[in-house]
Design a protein around this ligand. Structure first.
Ligand SMILES: Nc1ncnc2c1ncn2[C@@H]1O[C@H](COP(=O)(O)OP(=O)(O)OP(=O)(O)O)[C@@H](O)[C@H]1O
Ligand SMILES: [Mg+2]
Length: 249
């Protein structure tokens, strides 16, 4: 079966002009093809342009050179940030419904899906709670449900679990892997954590800094059904050691 391309990035470049009027090339000749159903992680040293690339693909930032093509008709992208920003005065349910209100997509069907999503992230008991009543991990889960509520073509996640402790992170990694499998979504994910990248992804994109370029794209062949035990497997350890080596040089 031929893979369906969702996003094609060709020779993409971005230069920022700093406060002191200096040119800073954040991205140079970046090429990346995102296929439907891919789970792609971007890893690389701080400042190599991971967030910039994600922001450009999601339309939050412009690019200077090269091209960005969406093959799907609607460029409907979801974004989950490192610090989930939820409306403090809205309940979990109201936060998840909010994008549908903004996009005027509130219908019987989409609202039914909101309850499914809240269940999918395991928060049905907290449907009517306020964000201040939730833990950090639970807030991230609300943020994930919210970004899925309007059925985005590509879900972009910029270090969504960066601020969480290792155990919560493990739980959310498992959950995200399940959500990805169940929803069939295409996900672009940024992380600093090599093991997290290997565990979640179908492909890991390694970036190098100044100017940010793609060093290598490593396909991860660990099957779709992954549990945390896979991290002890020979293949997994080989992948992470290889990536660690690439990042050191
Ligand atoms: N709005 C901006 N104006 C000027 N420079 C910027 C802007 N956004 C990013 N940069 C610069 O572009 C480069 C890439 O930044 P970016 O945030 O994409 O890196 P990153 O790989 O996400 O890093 P981190 O891992 O620390 O989050 C950095 O050198 C940064 O200073
Ligand atoms: Mg970043």
């Amino acid at each position: 079966m031929k893979e369906k391309v969702v996003v094609a990035v060709k020779d993409l470049g971005k230069t920022f002009i700093s406060n002191t009027k200096e040119k800073m090339t954040a991205l140079d000749k970046v090429n990346l093809t995102v296929n439907e159903g891919d789970f792609i992680s971007l890893i690389g040293p701080s400042g190599c342009g991971k967030s910039t690339l994600l922001r450009i693909i999601s339309g939050l930032e412009s690019h200077d050179t090269g091209s960005l093509t969406f093959t799907s008709e609607d460029e409907n992208n979801g974004f989950v940030f490192q610090d989930s920003v939820l409306f403090p005065w809205k309940t979990v349910y109201q936060n998840v419904v909010f994008p549908l209100e903004i996009k005027k997509q509130k219908t019987k069907e989409t609202l039914a899906k909101v309850d499914e999503l809240i269940e999918m992230v395991g928060l049905e008991k907290f449907r009517n709670s306020l964000p201040k009543e939730l833990s950090g991990g639970m807030k991230q889960r609300v943020s994930i449900a919210r970004s899925l509520s309007y059925n985005p073509t590509v879900l972009m996640m910029d270090e969504p679990f960066g601020a969480l402790d290792a155990m919560t992170r493990d739980t959310l990694n498992l959950e995200l892997s399940r959500i990805w499998k169940e929803s069939g979504k295409t996900i672009l994910f940024v992380t600093h954590d090599i093991d997290e990248a290997v565990f979640l992804s179908t492909k890991v994109v390694i970036m190098s800094p100044r100017p940010g370029t793609i060093k290598e794209i490593l396909p991860i062949d660990l099957g779709e059904d992954r549990d945390l035990a896979v991290r002890g497997s020979e293949k997994f350890i080989e992948y992470s050691n290889y990536l660690r080596g690439l990042l050191e040089h």
